[in-house]
Design a protein around this ligand. Structure first.
Ligand code: ATP
Length: 238
């Protein structure tokens, strides 16, 4: 047994008096896709924001054994834990190509950066066709691909994806789905936060269900798939 790549222990986040995350714990193994599902406002984004160091929290978050409270968000990125936010945070007036290069800004090995550019363009041919197009003029799905592509340019060991399918057409969701499968086959660890439980269940090996800031259920894909409450409340609604 190797140690988990990410360990979250008794995580609590408060927004003023509002207790947004209430003692959340989970651990993610290297190379797995871990799904976090739950309704709007349950606390999924808050959890990813805490891991990325964007919000204050109580509790412990360890990445490869390092307590993330002791490192700044930039160092977390350098250590290979990359966050693709729900807002995508693209540079709207930069081209596709420039946005991708921004993802590699902390890297020095130019050959490796070029290899990853080639890999991203091969993974998402739509980006290849639109290298010079400004990010803000891309469709929602293309922007999501660009956000994932830019995250890949940071050479992640672990990728956190917040709602990558939100608002996207089924055909685009399929493209994102295919890309995740390929990345997972290459050994990338993925933490996937999704309201779209069907999508999360399609990919995740293990999952947690968060409701009102608490983990209500955690288990394997099979346990979630067979769980009556999950099926009734969450599956088939997308
Ligand atoms: P969604 O799928 O809608 O993004 P979520 O599961 O990611 O939902 P969060 O965005 O983490 O949920 O929100 C959890 C709770 O914390 C919600 O009640 C939300 O209103 C609240 N919240 C989130 N960010 C802030 C903030 N900056 N200030 C105050 N309250 C916040």
């Amino acid at each position: 047994m190797t140690d988990p790549i990410l360990e979250v222990e008794d995580l609590n986040v408060y927004y003023g008096k509002s207790h947004a995350l209430k003692g959340v714990s989970l651990s993610i193994d290297e190379g797995e896709i871990y799904g976090v599902i739950g309704p709007n406002g349950a606390g999924k984004t808050t959890m990813l924001n805490a891991i990325a160091g964007f919000v204050d929290y109580e509790g412990t978050i360890r990445y490869r054994g390092t307590d993330l409270a002791t490192v700044n968000p930039q160092q977390i990125v350098r250590d290979g834990l990359i966050y693709c936010t729900e807002d995508r945070d693209l540079f709207p007036f930069f081209s596709v190509h420039e946005n991708l290069l921004m993802g590699a800004q902390f890297r020095e090995d130019r050959d490796a950066v070029q290899d990853d550019l080639d890999m991203v363009y091969e993974l998402f041919p739509r980006l290849d066709e639109r290298r010079e197009q400004e990010a803000e003029t891309m469709s929602g799905g293309e922007q999501q691909m660009l956000a994932v592509g830019r995250a890949l340019m940071s050479d992640p060991d672990m990728l956190m994806l917040d709602e990558p399918t939100l608002g996207l057409a089924p055909v685009i969701i399929q493209d994102i789905s295919d890309a995740l499968e390929r990345l997972s086959e290459q050994g990338l660890t993925i933490l996937l936060a999704e309201q779209n439980s069907t999508f999360a269940l399609r990919h995740a090996e293990r999952l947690s269900l968060i409701e009102t800031g608490e983990i209500e259920l955690a288990g394997t894909y099979e346990e979630f798939h067979d769980n009556e409450y999950v099926r009734e409340a969450y599956v088939g609604v997308h």
